[in-house]
Design a protein around this ligand. Structure first.
Ligand code: IVH
Length: 756
C-alpha cells in the first residue's frame, strides 16, 4: 500500500497513521533490543521514525508522551551498588545530515516562536566516544560518582573514579552542590599500550578504546582501575545549588576554571553554517585527535532557552548529536544462516570472514529478510540498485554506533562464478514446520509455534531476561542447556525445576517442544553448542562435539541432579534454585513483559500494568475484549500509548488456547504484585487539557510540552473527557462547546497560576 506523503495527510487520517507508525516502531524496537530478531532494516526504522516525527510536527496534538521513544542504555550490572540519579542522565537524538541539523534549528525556532533571522547561538562540542559519568561534589568535595545505567539508576563507582587523575577530588569555588557530567574515555596510545600489557600477561584484550574504558572503570577491584589510564571531559551537569553561568559556554569556562578538563575543540556557533563547518573540520581531523569521537553535539547556548525547550521522554529538545558517517570494511560472506526468534520470525544472518571495522572484529551481519537479500525494500523498490546478496560474495560492511553490523553493498565484479541466488527456506530450519509470509509483511514466520524448539528456547530466554524475570544466574546459556536436557519446555517449568531436580525431568506436559539439539540445518546450532560448552565447563566439553555426546548421555540417564553437571556443584545448584525462589513474587509489569506478547515491549507492559492494576483485572478485561469490540476493547484502545495493533496482539494472546494454558500453569507458581497507579504530584496530573485561541507567553508546542511534563494529557479537541480548556483571545467553537459541557475554562494567566 502506498503511503500518503505527510503534507497530504489530513486531520482525519493522521491519528490512524500515528498509531500505525507507533506500533511498528515499538515492535521493531522490542525485536531489536530484546535481541529476538530485527524485523526491519535500520534505514526503514529511521524512515518510519522520521515520518512519525514529521506528522507530529504537523499535528503536535497527536504527539504521545511515550512516542516511539527508545529506552536509554542498559540497566545497571550486578555487583555495584545502585545509585538513583537525582536528575535523569539523558541521551541525545541523532542527526545524520546537514538537512537534519537545519531541521533541528528550525524546530527550535518554531518551538520558541523565533524567526529565521533571530539570533540563536549554539555550542558545537566533539561527541566523545566513551561512557558517561555523573560526579557529585558537595561543599567542593567529591562525594559520589555514578555511571549512567538506564538513565534513572546507575552504578556507584565512586572509589574507582577517585583513582582517575583527570578528575579533581576537590573543586574550589564550586557551588555547595554540583553534579558534573561528562565522558570517561581512553586515548588511542594508552589503549594500545594497555592491550599489549594485557596480551603479555595472558589477560583479555579489548576490542576498542570505549570497551577498554568501560571495562577499566567498572572493576570491583579498585586497584585495577587505578592501574588503567582513564581520562575525562566534562560537558554537562545535573543537580546544582546555584547557577554556574547564563550559557553553556560560560558554564564550560567555569568548569575549566575550577580544574575540570573540558574539550578544547568546543566552538560557539551563530549559524547552522558555522555548526556544519565545525562538523566538517572535526570529521577531517578525527583520525589525528588521539581519542575516539563519533560526531558533534550541538547545544542551544542560552540556558534560559534550554529550560524553555525542556525534554522529550529521554532526550533534550535543545541538543542533538550530529554523527559522523559509519566506518566500513570489505570481507567475504561465507554463509547465510536462518535464526528463528521467539515469535517465529525467521531472521537471515550473514556469517562473514572476520574483519575489523572501526576497531571491532565483525563476523556476523544482519540480513533482515528475504527482500533485503534479494535487493528490494518492503515496497518492492530496489535497494543497492537491486543487487542481491549471495553466499561467497564480497561485501562492504559498516557499523553505525553501537549497533549490529550491516551490509552496505555487494561487489559484483568479485562474485564467484558458481554463486547462486539465496533461496529463502519454505520450512523452518529447526522444526520443519511450514513458513508463511503474510501479504504485505516483510517477515516470514515459522508456523510451528508450540512444536518449534527454537521458538520455545527464545521465549524462555526472553522470560528470564533482565527486564522480565531477571533470575540471577539464569541466562541464555542455562536456558539452552536445560532445554536441551529436557528439563524445561515453558516458563512454568522453571518454577518446578528444584522439585524435579535429579528425578522426573521427563514428566513435562508439553514435551513436544523439546527437540534434540542436532535437528536443523548445519551451522545454525554452532552458537548454541558454544553456549552449552560455556555453561558446563569441564574436561572433554571444551569442544562442542563433546557437549553433544555428553547431552545425549545425560538424556539417556533420565535422572541427573543439576549439581552433578560438569562445572556445577551443590553450592551453585542451590544458589540457582534460591534465585528462582525469590522471583516467585513478581511485579505485574514484569510479568506482562515476560509473556513475550508481540508488540508489547517493556514500556507498554508498564503502561498496561498501571492501567489495569491487578492481574485479575487485566486478564478479565482481555478476555471480555475477545471480539475486538465492546467497552473493554474500547478502554484498552483508549489507553494513551496503546494502538490497535498492540491491542489486537494482547487480546489475541489471551484467546490462544495453548498460550492461556501455559499462562495458567505459570501463574499457579507466582505471587503477582499489583501495579501502582501513577503518582499525582502536580495539580494537573492525569487531567486532559485542551489549548485554544492565541497563547501570548509561549508557543502551543511549549505549552503542550509543559503540561505533559506535569503529567497532563493534551488533546486537540474538546469532549466529555476534557478536564480543562485553556482559552486565549480568539477562542471560538471549542470554548462554546466546553461551556456547554460544563468544562472548566481558564485564561492563560489563570492556567499559569494553576501550574505554578
Ligand atoms: S550532552 C544533556 N555532550 O553521548 C544531554 N553528551 O548519545 C547529555 N556524549 O549519553 C549529553 N560527548 O555519553 C553530551 N559533548 C557531549 C558529549 C556527550 C559524548 C555522550 C554522552 C551521552 C551520549 C548520547
Amino acid at each position: 500500500m502506498a503511503e500518503a506523503t505527510v503534507s497530504d495527510l489530513g486531520p482525519e487520517e493522521a491519528p490512524g497513521e500515528v498509531a500505525r507508525l507507533s506500533a511498528l516502531l515499538t515492535a521493531a524496537n522490542a525485536a531489536y533490543h530484546g535481541q529476538d530478531a530485527p524485523i526491519m532494516s535500520d534505514a526503514e526504522f529511521d524512515r518510519l521514525r522520521r515520518r512519525l516525527s514529521e506528522i507530529e510536527a504537523r499535528y503536535p496534538e497527536l504527539q504521545r508522551a511515550d512516542s516511539a521513544s527508545a529506552t536509554v542504555g542498559a540497566p545497571p550490572a550486578k555487583g555495584f551498588a545502585k545509585v538513583a540519579h537525582r536528575q535523569r542522565m539523558l541521551s541525545l537524538a541523532n542527526a545524520f545530515s546537514g538537512d537534519d541539523v537545519a531541521e533541528f534549528d528550525r524546530g527550535i525556532r518554531r518551538f520558541l516562536g523565533l524567526g529565521p533571522e533571530d539570533p540563536l547561538a549554539m555550542t558545537a562540542e566533539p561527541k566523545i566516544d566513551g561512557l558517561s559519568l555523573s560526579i557529585r561534589y558537595e561543599a567542593g568535595h567529591l562525594v559520589l560518582a555514578a555511571t549512567r545505567g538506564d538513565g534513572r539508576t546507575g552504578e556507584n563507582v565512586t572509589e574507582n573514579v577517585r583513582t582517575v587523575a583527570d578528575i579533581p577530588q576537590d573543586l574550589p569555588g564550586a557551588p555547595d552542590i554540583l553534579e558534573v557530567r561528562g565522558e570517561i574515555y581512553m586515548t588511542h596510545a594508552e589503549f594500545r599500550a594497555l592491550n599489549q600489557r594485557q596480551a603479555h600477561a595472558g589477560q583479555k584484550t579489548f576490542a576498542n578504546p570505549r570497551n577498554a574504558a568501560a571495562g577499566s572503570l567498572r572493576q570491583l577491584d579498585v586497584s585495577i582501575t587505578a592501574a588503567r589510564p582513564l581520562r575525562f571531559f566534562a560537558y554537562a551537569w545535573g543537580e546544582t545549588s546555584g547557577p554556574l553561568g547564563a550559557t553553556q559556554s560560560e558554564t564550560l569556562a567555569r568548569f575549566r576554571d575550577m580544574g575540570l578538563p573540558t574539550n578544547p575543540l568546543t566552538r560557539r556557533c551563530e549559524t547552522v553554517a558555522d555548526m556544519l563547518a565545525h562538523h566538517a573540520t572535526l570529521a577531517k581531523d578525527r583520525a589525528t585527535l588521539g581519542y575516539d569521537i563519533d560526531g558533534v553535539v550541538y547545544k542551544v547556548d542560552d540556558l534560559s532557552l534550554q529550560a524553555r525547550l525542556g525534554l522529550r521522554s529521554t532526550t533534550p529538545r535543545w541538543a542533538i548529536a550530529h554523527k559522523f558517517p559509519a566506518e566500513v570494511a570489505e570481507t567475504t560472506l561465507e554463509r547465510i544462516e536462518i535464526q528463528v526468534g521467539r515469535t517465529g520470525a525467521l531472521s537471515p544472518v550473514a556469517r562473514l570472514t572476520p574483519v575489523t571495522v572501526g576497531g571491532v572484529v565483525v563476523s556476523n551481519a544482519t540480513l533482515h529478510n528475504a527482500d533485503y537479500i534479494a535487493g528490494r525494500d518492503s515496497e518492492g523498490a530496489p535497494i543497492r540498485d537491486g543487487r542481491d546478496i549471495r553466499e561467497g560474495d564480497w561485501v562492504t560492511v559498516y557499523r553505525a554506533g553501537d549497533v549490529i553490523p550491516k551490509i552496505q553493498d555487494v561487489d559484483l565484479s568479485r562474485r564467484p562464478a558458481d554463486a547462486r541466488p539465496f533461496v529463502f527456506p519454505t520450512h523452518c530450519p529447526v522444526c520443519g514446520s511450514e513458513v508463511v509470509r503474510p501479504e504485505g509483511e516483510a517477515v516470514a514466520r515459522c508456523t510451528g509455534e508450540l512444536i518449534c524448539a527454537a521458538q520455545a528456547v527464545e521465549r524462555l530466554k526472553h522470560f528470564v531476561s533482565r527486564a522480565a524475570f531477571d533470575i540471577e544466574g539464569f541466562g541464555a546459556k542455562q536456558v539452552e542447556a536445560f532445554h536441551a536436557l529436557g528439563w524445561i519446555a515453558e516458563p512454568a517449568d522453571i518454577f518446578t525445576l528444584a522439585a524435579r531436580d535429579g528425578a522426573g525431568q521427563k514428566t513435562l506436559e508439553n514435551a513436544a517442544a523439546l527437540q534434540p539439539l542436532e535437528t536443523g540445518v548445519a551451522g545454525v546450532f554452532e552458537e548454541r553448542r558454544r553456549a552449552l560448552a560455556e555453561m558446563m565447563p569441564g574436561s572433554g566439553l571444551g569442544d562442542t562435539d563433546g557437549v553433544e555426546a555428553y547431552l545425549s548421555e545425560i538424556r539417556s540417564r533420565g535422572a541427573t541432579p543439576l549439581a552433578t553437571l560438569h562445572g556445577w556443584g551443590k553450592r551453585s545448584a542451590e544458589n540457582l534454585f534460591a534465585a528462582i525462589e525469590t522471583r516467585r513474587r513478581i511485579s505485574l509489569a514484569r510479568l506482562i513483559f515476560a509473556l513475550g506478547i508481540r508488540h508489547v515491549g517493556e514500556s507498554s507492559a508498564g503502561l498496561l500494568a498501571r492501567s489495569y492494576g491487578t492481574f485479575a483485572a487485566f486478564r478479565a478485561a482481555m478476555e471480555a475484549a475477545r471480539a475486538h469490540d465492546g467497552p473493554e476493547w474500547a478502554a484498552l484502545n483508549d489507553i494513551d500509548g496503546v494502538g490497535a495493533v498492540m491491542a489486537g496482539a494482547v487480546v489475541d494472546f489471551f484467546h490462544a488456547p495453548a498460550a492461556r494454558a501455559a499462562l495458567d500453569r505459570l501463574v499457579a507458581h507466582l505471587e503477582i504484585e499489583d501495579a501502582e497507579a501513577p503518582a499525582s504530584e502536580s495539580p494537573i496530573s492525569g487531567k486532559t487539557v485542551v489549548f485554544t485561541g492565541t497563547l501570548e507567553t509561549m508557543t502551543r508546542a511549549e505549552a503542550k510540552a509543559q503540561a505533559e511534563g506535569l503529567g497532563a494529557k493534551v488533546s486537540g479537541s474538546v469532549s466529555a473527557k476534557t478536564d480543562i480548556l485553556v482559552a486565549g483571545p480568539g477562542a471560538g467553537s471549542k470554548r462554546t462547546k466546553a461551556e456547554e459541557l460544563g468544562i472548566e475554562v481558564l485564561s492563560e494567566d489563570e492556567w499559569r497560576a494553576r501550574i505554578g
